[in-house]
Design a protein around this ligand. Sequence first.
Ligand code: MG
Length: 296
Amino acid sequence: MSFFEAYTPEFSRFVLGNAPVKRLATGFDWVEGPVWFGDAECLYFSDIPNNQIMRLMMDGTVSVYRDPSNFANGHTRDLQGRLISCEHGTRRVTRTEHDGTITVLADQFEGKRLNSPNDVVVKSDGSIWFSDPHYGIMTNYEGYKSEQELPCNVYRIDAVTGALTAVVTDMACPNGLAFSPDEATLYVADTGAMFDKDAQRHIRRYTVNGSEVTDGAHFHTISHGASDGLRLDTDGNIWSSAADGVHCIAPDGALMGKILVPELVSNVCFGGRGKHRLFITATTSVYSIALNREGL
Ligand code: MG
């Protein structure tokens, strides 16, 4: 069986005919937030309902990295290689220092508690951008059921002052986010549709000018499910989670092809030697596939 569906000739060159979609680890409840540590040759990811951050070595060994994780969700690395994490349970964004201590980067805005930071990305100026939908406080499954104090925004943490500003305030439930290669565009996925079939399940593109974000325009509507997490390759193609796998979307918004995955996909990240391997978190399992592409 084929693991791919190609809708454009380019996509047929992105995939390798004999490279499998490989299940690397399984037995979790809802995996999310994959982040590649090339220096340690391992993948960290969250198992949100089980309140753990896991570490997957490339020999297949899986171990618990942090327990409890405060219901951690999305992760990334900053310019110094430190782990940046979104935590539902503590409603905050943290940085794990090289010595293992944890620094809180953001937990409130204008005196109100954040909802449940979900996904995070770092810009080349060191600023940290994260989404704050309310999924982690809706029930006790992926956090602690609590009152929502703020709308679901995207925020920016200034690299120098640490000041928090709301940069995207017009989405239902902003979730995955990523910059284009030139950082002139910020892609933000809206997953409002997870709980309402008539709600949004699109990705918007915003124009970025330094710390300013304007002109949120519709970019792409996911055909199956919603885009929970997304990453870009070096040519600016968007690799987004969807209900039936990973969708590859061209910079003009056209669906180029799909990698089919047998479980509902939550998120992706590029890694491996040469950054040509796509790691895929999907419900109970972590998958990967080698591509003829490099991650940004
Ligand atoms: Mg997410």
